[in-house]
Write a protein that binds this ligand. Structure first.
Ligand code: ATP
Length: 503
């Protein structure tokens, strides 16, 4: 698993997908830049989401709100008071960790012991082995489960009660050691706000403390009534937005899974109070279908319904994806009640109510939200697509099997040789196709080598112009995934590519 993750990192750099930010200065932790191919993949994912959410829904419209917002926004949303991570330092190594993550990692180790017990028993019992029965009756496994549950319950309770001394006590009781150095010498646990602050205004007296938004959702809430009125929207309706968000995360080595500057794709769906459960279920299902439509394997997704809910939610579920380091949250679907709109009413003194003509009354709508990290989706797609294949002739090839609709370039156009008029025809084909698709031209090196380069870069089709093209106006089209080649008339190329990349 770790190996696969390392390959993802180096491939992302080598093929121009993701670079470390400010690399010449040794980088900036948890901040990344998208390179020439990465920017295309990212744009295509954003577009795939936008089309599915906005273009395909008459009752969903988009906005693009600012990153800087009036600071009271974050008072109302609860972020100033409650958007915290509990942090703990190791006194010897001087390394800083999230206390809750240390405890969760400890539980993951117990979980691994359960897996070992199961594997051992499976070996012993062979065909007759019934995993469900074993897990629910074996005393050792039951003991492990009991332990995990009691640890996590205690941590959740302590955090909820702000009893940080008990979080520290738990870490000491479990004898958790610094993962890097093994030291067990911990400081007290402290709350740390994740918002980045900055100032507006030049002079000391006139400056105002503002924040870089930690989520895009609040830009939608404060614009709710403006959009509803000017767009003559009728409930139920949604507002969608994609854009940057910033969190001062304490993290190490998770690449673009957890960044300090990242992009969210969020949709807030405003519904009549009392109907939120129904819409919540509906959006869970709709969002899962969106993921499955990319064909990356149903076994790589699962729901994780939350038992412990955030202060604003009456139901919440994550869509988890199997990343190279295991199943982790990719998207959240939250039933946020009327918490946010009510809070903004209170703090702004302005009414944020909808007049329902059918009911003949005004109310503050309830909200169901779908929220996905664009960078996390990028990592999901990229890491799943990256494959090493054994070929018949005992060699291997590296291929990036990106869904065609998301691939940066849809086709590469390759003249077989750099003479006899072949480059000219290839250029003509390129000039025609580029109106419809992002296409790539390459005439360097032997054609086999060029194929491999396009495989690794994720281009679904290679179009080769050869001497036959001069007489029969056809080309060879090679498929990235099957490596099959077929002869296609130049006039049919557009149709062929379109069929593969249509949503
Ligand atoms: P996590 O538990 O992983 O910190 P979260 O529950 O705080 O995530 P939300 O606030 O629900 O996340 O944000 C919605 C989505 O935004 C997440 O599902 C994730 O895809 C993305 N996201 C959140 N934080 C980050 C980050 N630091 N870097 C990249 N993506 C992020």
């Amino acid at each position: 698993q770790e190996d696969q993750f390392k390959k993802v990192l180096s491939h992302a750099k080598e093929y121009g997908y993701v670079f470390q930010s400010s690399e010449i200065y040794d980088g900036l932790s948890a901040v990344y830049d998208y390179a020439q191919n990465g920017v295309e993949l990212k744009k295509n994912i954003r577009e795939y989401w936008w089309k599915a959410m906005v273009q395909m829904h008459e009752n969903i419209v988009g906005i693009d709100a600012s990153i800087l917002m009036h600071p009271t926004t974050w008072k109302a949303s609860g972020h100033v008071d409650a958007f915290n991570d509990p942090l703990i330092d190791n006194k010897d190594s001087k390394k800083r960790y999230r206390a809750d993550v240390l405890v969760e990692d400890y539980c993951a180790k117990i979980e691994a012991k359960i897996d070992k017990e199961v594997a051992k028993a499976e070996k012993r019992f062979g065909e007759a082995f019934n995993k469900e029965e074993f897990v629910s009756t074996n005393p050792r496994v039951l003991g492990y489960h009991e332990k995990i549950k009691s640890i996590l319950t205690r941590m959740a309770k302590s955090l909820e009660n702000e009893d940080l001394a008990d979080v520290k006590a738990l870490i000491e009781e479990l004898e958790i050691a610094d993962p890097l150095t093994g030291s067990k010498n911990w400081t007290d646990v402290k709350q740390f706000n994740l918002m980045f602050g900055t100032q507006i205004g030049a002079s000391a007296e006139n400056s105002m403390q503002v924040y870089l938004r930690p989520e895009t959702a609040q830009g939608i809430f404060v614009n709710f009534l403006n959009v509803q009125k000017t767009g003559r929207m009728k409930i139920p309706f949604g507002i969608a937005q994609t854009g940057k968000a910033f969190r001062n995360e304490i993290v190490a080595r998770q690449f673009i899974f957890r960044m300090r500057e990242f992009e969210q794709m969020e949709m807030q769906f405003f519904v009549k109070p009392g109907t939120q459960k129904e819409w919540y279920e509906k959006w869970k299902e709709t969002r899962m279908r969106w993921h499955l439509s990319l064909g990356m394997g149903a076994e790589n997704y699962r729901f994780h319904d939350h038992e412990k809910l955030a202060h604003y939610a009456d139901a919440a579920s994550d869509i988890e994806f199997k990343f190279p380091f295991g199943f982790k949250e990719l998207e959240g679907i939250h039933s946020r009640t009327d918490f946010d709109l009510k809070a903004h009413e209170e703090f702004s003194g302005k009414k944020l109510q909808y007049f329902d003509h059918e009911e003949n009354k005004s109310y503050v709508p309830y909200v169901v939200e779908t929220s996905i990290g664009l960078d996390r989706m990028f990592l999901a797609v990229f890491s799943r697509a990256l494959q090493e294949e054994e070929l018949d002739n005992n060699t291997t090839r590296t291929v990036l099997k990106l869904p065609a609709v998301l691939a940066p370039y849809k086709a590469a156009i390759l003249p077989l040789v750099k003479k006899d008029g072949l480059p000219e025809i290839a250029r003509e084909i390129m000039d025609d196709l580029k109106w419809d698709f992002n296409v790539f031209y390459d005439e360097k090196d032997a054609v086999g080598k060029r194929y491999r380069r396009q495989d690794a870069a994720g281009t679904p089709f290679c179009i080769t112009v050869d001497h036959e093209t001069l007489t029969d106006h056809s080309v060879t089209v090679r498929d990235r995934d099957t490596m099959e080649q077929k002869r296609v008339a130049i006039s049919e190329l557009k149709e062929l590519i379109r069929a593969a990349v249509d949503m």
